[in-house]
Design a protein around this ligand. Sequence first.
Ligand SMILES: Cc1cc2nc3c(=O)[nH]c(=O)nc-3n(C[C@H](O)[C@H](O)[C@H](O)COP(=O)(O)OP(=O)(O)OC[C@H]3O[C@@H](n4cnc5c(N)ncnc54)[C@H](O)[C@@H]3O)c2cc1C
Length: 405
Amino acid sequence: MTRRPAVVIVGASLGGFRTAHALRRLRFEGRITLVGDESHLPYDRPPLSKEVLTGEKVPEDAYFRTREFFGEQGIEFKPGSAAVGLDGDDRTVTLATGEQLGYDAAVIATGARPRRLPGTEGLPGVHVMRTLDDSAAIRSALDGADRVVVVGAGFIGSEVAASARDRGVAVTVLEAADQPLVAAVGAEVGQRCAALHDLYGTELRCGAGVEGIAPTSAGLAVRLAGGTAVGCDLVVVGIGVIPNIEWLEGSGIETDRAVRCDQFMRTSLPYVYALGDLASWYNPRYGERMRVEHWTNTVQQSTTVARNIVASLAGNDPVAYDGIPYFWSDQYGHRLQLVGRASMDAPVFVHDPPDSPAMMALYRDGDRLGGAFAIDTVGPLMQMRSLLVRNGGFDEALELAAGLD
Ligand SMILES: Cc1cc2nc3c(=O)[nH]c(=O)nc-3n(C[C@H](O)[C@H](O)[C@H](O)COP(=O)(O)OP(=O)(O)OC[C@H]3O[C@@H](n4cnc5c(N)ncnc54)[C@H](O)[C@@H]3O)c2cc1C
């Protein structure tokens, strides 16, 4: 009897789960082991800062599938199992329990964890938003809260702020930069994102550097540079993430604060792939190395990785991943979307009705369309996405936008 090839996938969230499922869809008949350090079934993160916080969904609604699914698909799911090492010579992944899993192909999908404010670790009432448990804890803390402070006006912080407002809680968002989201969307569009907070009664303070958080008799005090403080019942910190790559130390896998991959999502070790929030890869579409921390990128990369594992086991050529960055965010009942990349040039607003947050702005990349950002303009934004796939010109994008109004 021939030995069945074994794929070991480390990280049982979006990227890991989707890779396992894609392998089965591609009729891969070998063994698949999905290893995750969380105790839950694999689950989706976008609802955690949105419907789970507002109460429209319960945390368990975020699970991708029931436990039976894994049995039906022949995927051995190992929850509560942290990987602590990978040996490319022996082709094994070692778990914290000491168990060693041999692989013909391994997938690194251990994602990222939130950055914390120094000195606040373990302080009651100070939360981050990444896991189902984080979301459940914030959800119940909001139950009895009058005021929440959100540190960081990025997409996660803004979603938490919007969900808390939906629950009737007073919200102050503290942002260290002069404008939210400048790096992601530029100042002009950042201003529109800021205006949404204002419209729904969230206090947004920019240029507000947090120096520390201290417990008080009434709750918590968030101390700002300059000596002022904001009192609140709970704090949610959303100041970015750190890729979970420490467990790969000593494996010989090349890293640059992320796992470095080629255009085929292969790491520097043979038969080892990486994807999702922790992977930097060479994107042939842009001729650049990039790392993207968004849902659609992770899903598309999981398909590429599954295909390339099957191709490599069959001795076929791999396919490159040349995805166009895309994300959405839901805030205060509005849908925000960015496709492609924002450029340093001021964007052109092609849809901007008065008295409405709805808008669409286009970014240039030389004479090509570089990207588009929209609020509540879903169809036209998707048309710009198709244009980007075709590497359309900026003039063509303007014409298309004129026809859409
Ligand atoms: C609250 C929230 C809302 C979001 N909303 C949106 C949205 O609206 N739109 C959008 O485009 N994107 C959104 N995202 C981003 C999107 O969810 C991520 O891009 C995606 O989860 C990345 O998937 P991943 O598999 O790479 O990593 P992760 O989802 O981080 O999963 C990695 C898994 O590996 C586990 N792990 C870590 N170390 C080990 C180890 N040593 N051994 C075993 N397991 C380990 C982790 O515990 C985790 O379960 C959101 C993210 C969050 C947190």
